[in-house]
Design a protein around this ligand. Structure first.
Ligand code: DAH
Length: 336
């Protein structure tokens, strides 16, 4: 063996060592890895070591250095292999083939969607949004709204009182008076909010539910404004897909009073049926006076609607309780 063959074979051993380690499974135990390395390089290393003393004196130094470099290179490869193993042992396992977890996007409740839709329609008609407290004073909830002193709605068994004079509001109408006390006419407001009644849950009632109140007060407002605005609302909301009708009604805080019904299929085989979705009327002069307005000068109209009932009519739902069950299998049909 001459020096050039010695150097060529030393390079070949380094390549063989690299290839042997690269061919191992990443989790090969250290002793098995050393065994594989020995098998690939041991004989040739021994042959090179044995050839060293037989080289011509002038080449021996260069050959010895090459042999040392070869051993260092193999040791470095072993260290690299073991370091990669140590790192793999502590690194989190990332399996790129694992199917992604299903994620919850969340969505607005169908009643919330209806409220937002109604707000958008009335905003286009010139209304702004006002809010009032859910814990209300009896005067705002009843007295200012012209309820007679013996009205059954005021009784303990109908109303959730918090104290002698405070209660959970039974409707959003008290915010009519609060708004008129704060803002001079012309007033056009939409008042969404939750209301509470000591009612039992049934297919069309809930003890806590959302309402949307509307109020328009100015000089010269008449029943024509009420009917035209609510008809326009129904036309925009239902897009002509549902028939609506007006009928007479009674509320202490309106005179005259009316209601609007919409045709709904409650999915009980009996076909379309009229369901009341709002009460309305011209604001009673006593209410304007209670709010401090001159009822000779100002007139107004108002309505109160139930967005859950309206959601029932929009989607032909058979039972209002579906909207309170928080059953995602039902609710996700309406997610946008
Ligand atoms: N406050 C009434 C209720 O809860 C609904 C209502 C009827 C509101 C007529 C009004 C109205 O503003 O004019 O049953």
């Amino acid at each position: 063996m001459d020096i050039s063959e010695f150097l060529r074979r030393a390079d070949a051993v380094a390549d063989a060592a690299r290839a042997a380690l690269a061919a191992l499974a990443p989790d090969t135990r250290p002793d098995a890895a050393k065994g594989a390395l020995n098998a690939a390089t041991g004989d040739e290393l021994a042959a090179l070591r044995a050839a060293l003393p037989a080289l011509p004196h002038a080449d021996r130094r260069a050959a010895g250095q090459a042999f040392n470099r070869l051993n260092q290179a193999i040791a470095a490869l072993v260290e690299e292999f073991e370091a990669a193993q140590r790192q793999r042992a502590t690194a989190p396992v990332l399996d790129l083939s694992m199917p992604a977890r299903e994620s919850w996007r969340g969505a607005k409740h169908p009643v919330t969607l209806v409220i937002e839709e109604i707000e958008a329609i009335f905003r286009e008609l010139g209304f702004s949004v006002a809010l009032g407290p859910e814990a209300e004073h009896a005067w705002y909830n009843f007295g200012a709204l012209n309820f007679p002193a013996d009205h059954p709605a005021m009784e303990m068994h109908d109303t959730l009182y918090l104290g002698d004079e405070t209660l959970l509001r039974t409707h959003t109408s008290p915010v009519q008076v609060r708004t008129l006390q704060r803002f001079a006419p012309p007033v056009r407001v939409l008042i969404p909010g939750n209301v509470y009644r000591r009612d039992f849950f049934d297919a069309t009632h809930a003890p806590a539910f959302a309402q949307i109140e509307g109020l328009a007060v100015d000089e010269g407002i008449s029943f024509v404004d009420l009917k035209a605005t609510l008809a326009e609302f129904a036309r925009r909301f239902y897009g002509g897909t549902r028939r609506v009708r007006f009928g007479p009604s009674y509320f202490p805080f309106t005179e005259p009073s009316a209601q609007m019904d919409v045709e709904v299929d409650l999915q009980d085989g009996r076909g379309l049926r009229w369901v009341e979705i709002l009460g309305c009327g011209l604001v009673h002069p006593a209410v304007l006076e209670a709010a401090g307005l001159d009822s000779e000068r100002y007139t107004g109209w108002a309505f109160g609607m139930g967005p859950a009932r309206i959601a029932m009519s929009r989607h032909d739902l058979p039972d209002i309780r579906l909207l309170y069950d928080a059953d995602v299998r039902f609710l996700e049909q309406f997610a946008r």
